[in-house]
Ligand binder design. Structure first.
Ligand SMILES: O=C(O)CCC(=O)C(=O)O
Ligand SMILES: [Fe+2]
Length: 272
């Protein structure tokens, strides 16, 4: 296998590797490189659903998303789909998957089955690098805070995003979670800024207005153009992101075209 850095602030492409025949050594190398770079990509992988599941299970236990449409006969796989008639895309705002869970997902493995003729990329930001870039004084202040995360406003009854029924089980979107604003990454041991615009509602013990000032400042620092990696999909590409160290968002720039991705999410743990 060959490891090529992406054209961006982080991330690598792994070439000359068939993920359906991956040795233990190659698996360990992929895990190590993902821990270091936040996201890894593979190209030209021919996977059926079972092979996608088997690849994911080499890294850990799968967690089934409660809200996403599921692939028929393979409930472990979430469908991430935009039809030509849809106005929105799934994951359009910056987020990390499942931060509203008590034990947020460790990572997601997204596989491109059908891509538009142009556009439809995914953007990533490395939140460990963002935390690292802050002043010592702000870092120290942030270490003392906790943030509340929720799925209610995105997947719940009050969500305005579900205009085309791609999300289910709105009645299950009632779980809120509190995580430290700065987590120690369970695998790398490095500090990561763990908040995101989609699911973080406020800082624990602060008012909405007080929270909004600090959170929006941190979001603007994070989303500076030089921090953003832009991944261009081809059919049969895979992106495997470290969900506790990165943000991602899907671009909605291919009106009238179809895009179909299959996502498997790996179980995580409580964050400290
Ligand atoms: O479709 C994409 O590029 C990403 C969508 C998303 O947020 C996800 O699959 O978790
Ligand atoms: Fe996502």
């Amino acid at each position: 296998m060959k490891i090529i850095p992406c054209d961006g602030p982080f991330g690598v492409e792994i070439l000359d590797l068939d993920v359906t025949h991956i040795t233990d050594d190659e698996l360990n190398a992929c895990s190590a490189v993902q821990q270091k770079h936040g996201v890894i990509f593979f190209r030209d992988q021919q996977l059926d659903c079972q092979q996608h599941i088997e690849f994911a299970e080499r890294f850990g236990e799968i967690v089934i998303n409660r809200f996403f449409e599921r692939v028929e006969e393979h409930p472990q796989i979430a469908m991430v789909r935009k039809e030509p008639t849809h106005a929105n895309v799934v994951g359009e705002d910056w987020h990390t998957d499942h931060s509203y869970d008590q034990e947020p997902a460790r990572g997601s493995i997204l596989y491109a089955r059908e891509v538009p003729s142009k556009g439809g990329g995914t953007l990533f930001i490395n939140m460990q690098q963002v935390f690292e870039s802050l002043s010592d004084g702000l870092k120290e202040t942030l270490r003392g805070l906790r943030a509340v995360h929720s799925s209610r406003h995105v997947f719940g009854q009050q969500s305005r995003q579900n205009d085309d029924n791609r999300y289910n089980n709105a009645d299950l979107a009632v779980q809120d979670s509190i995580h430290p604003l700065v987590i120690t990454h369970p695998l790398s041991g490095l500090e990561v800024l763990y908040i995101n615009p989609d699911f973080t509602t406020h800082i624990d013990g602060w008012t909405a207005d007080e929270s909004a000032s600090l959170l929006s400042y941190l979001y603007s620092v994070a989303s500076q153009p030089e921090n953003i990696l832009h991944f261009n999909w081809r059919k049969n590409s895979i992106a495997f992101w470290d969900n506790r160290a990165t943000w991602h968002r899907a671009l909605n720039d291919y009106p009238g075209e179809r895009r179909v991705m299959h996502r498997i999410t790996l179980a995580g743990c409580a964050l400290n």
